[in-house]
Design a binder for this molecule. Structure first.
Ligand SMILES: *Cc1c(COP(=O)(O)O)cnc(C)c1O
Length: 428
């Protein structure tokens, strides 16, 4: 079983990885096991994890409480179809989601991944307007730098320049795009949104956005006031608001949900990623009673979606355990402490010539380089420093588990700063 080599020839030749060439240009590194915030590689080297497996593993890996819940559920019922049947794990999970998300989001649709949760959100918005006898309201407004997933409906609301629009332009739905919210406190970004909504309100079903943090489209943080104003404009022009909290949900920004920064309730809200603490795939789309009632009173009167693995009991039980663990912990203090440490250790990198900007929000630390070709070098250097980072584009970033031990957090950030400095020194 144990193969001490760090890469695998079969993998490289036969298995696709995210956004990768075949065969892989850079062979993926083989992982043997995980524990807490530590990743053990096939050769025995141990890395401190800076990625939480893309926002998800908020409690670190293999948390005993979650492992126990998963074992228990596997013994009872790993899966059962959701058509015509229900079960306690789904009920317990949806009770928690309704209670924890902003007031008014009372109805839950369970699905298997973030992209699908967004597909369902878009479908809800379109079916809502069809049911209102306004089928012409079938276009969306999205923000530049947005990321909402990799499926066809979601690609169509991803950033038109750094997304995949040019590749698939002939079959992507044409939507409206407005200026991304500013990184800093200038409020000249909302005007374009108002103009589009005013001009095209008859054609627009919904505004989609990632509240407070634009994730994979640029790791950009923006002010609560933008979100508040966007919500008010949606109401003024009778357009629904879809909040994509797949990255921000479950505490990452310092609030349980990023919508809380602006104290708004969107019409539709998506969660995923950290929902199960990163242990198994699951996502959910929540909506208000107004949306569900309208869809149910329209034609055909059913929400037209139903994944095979909808409401998977194992995933639901895992999510319940993860949420209970989060709420039982002093997560606000943990995230606040991580934020303080990130600020202390990363903001000084703003002084480096090769750094465009270092920025921090909650348990997210971003160092935006001036050159994108250096990011892969930073990744390789990070491994030498004993840490796991996965930069993309010009962005080197960390999003540690909320319960990462202080000493590991310091080592992680120290290693990150060193990796960046070493690569900049060698290449500038
Ligand atoms: C990751 C992500 C998605 C897509 O989720 P998948 O589970 O990868 O399909 C959608 N929106 C946001 C904001 C995300 O971060």
């Amino acid at each position: 079983m144990t193969d001490a080599s760090l890469t695998d020839e079969f993998d490289q030749q036969h298995i696709w990885h995210p956004y990768a060439k075949m065969p892989a240009q850079q062979a993926p590194i083989k992982v043997q096991r995980t524990q807490g915030s530590l990743i053990t590689l096939a050769n025995g080297q141990v890395l401190i994890d800076g990625m939480s497996s893309w926002w998800a593993a908020i409690h670190g890996y293999n948390h005993p409480k979650i492992m126990q819940a998963m074992h228990q559920q596997i013994e009872i019922m790993p899966h059962i179809m959701f058509g015509g049947l229900t079960h306690q794990p789904a009920i317990e999970l949806c009770k928690r989601l309704v209670a924890l998300t902003p007031d008014g989001l009372n109805k839950v649709f369970l699905s298997d991944s973030g992209s699908v949760a967004m597909e369902v959100a878009i479908k809800m918005a379109l079916q809502y307007w069809m049911s209102k006898k306004k089928p012409e309201k079938n276009r969306l407004v999205s923000l530049r730098h947005a990321y909402h997933g990799d499926t066809f409906a979601t690609m169509a609301v991803c950033d038109p320049d750094n997304g995949m629009h040019h590749l698939f332009s002939s079959i992507l739905a044409p939507h409206f795009f407005v200026k991304a919210p500013n990184l800093h406190n200038h409020n000249d970004d909302i005007e374009e949104l108002e103009n589009i909504l005013k001009k095209h309100r008859q054609e627009i079903a919904a505004l989609t956005l990632e509240p407070i943090v634009q994730g994979a489209g640029g790791m950009r943080f923006y002010r609560a006031d933008y979100l508040r104003q966007a919500k008010a404009l949606c109401e003024k022009y009778e357009v629904l608001l879809i909040a994509d909290e797949i990255a921000t949900g479950f505490g990452r920004t310092g609030k349980l949900f990023a919508c809380e920064w602006a104290q708004i309730t969107p019409d539709i809200l998506c969660v995923g990623k950290a929902l199960t603490g990163g242990n198994i795939t699951l996502a959910a789309t929540l909506c208000t009673d107004e949306i569900s009632t309208t869809i149910s009173q329209g034609t055909p009167g059913l929400l037209m979606h139903g994944p095979t693995f909808m409401g998977n009991p194992l995933a639901c039980a895992t999510a319940v355990a993860s949420i209970d663990l989060l709420l039982a912990s002093d997560w606000q203090t943990h995230v606040q402490n991580i934020e303080n440490t990130l600020k202390t250790m990363l903001l000084p990198l703003n002084d480096l010539a090769g750094v465009k900007e270092a920025r921090v929000l909650g348990a997210i630390g971003v160092v935006e380089l001036k050159r994108s070709d250096l990011a892969p070098l930073v990744q390789a250097e990070a491994i030498k420093q004993g840490i796991w980072l996965r930069p993309f584009g010009r962005l080197v970033y960390v999003m540690p588990a909320f319960n990462i031990p202080k000493e590991q957090l310091n080592k992680l950030l120290d290693g990150m700063a060193k990796a960046i400095k070493n690569i900049l020194n060698a290449n500038l």
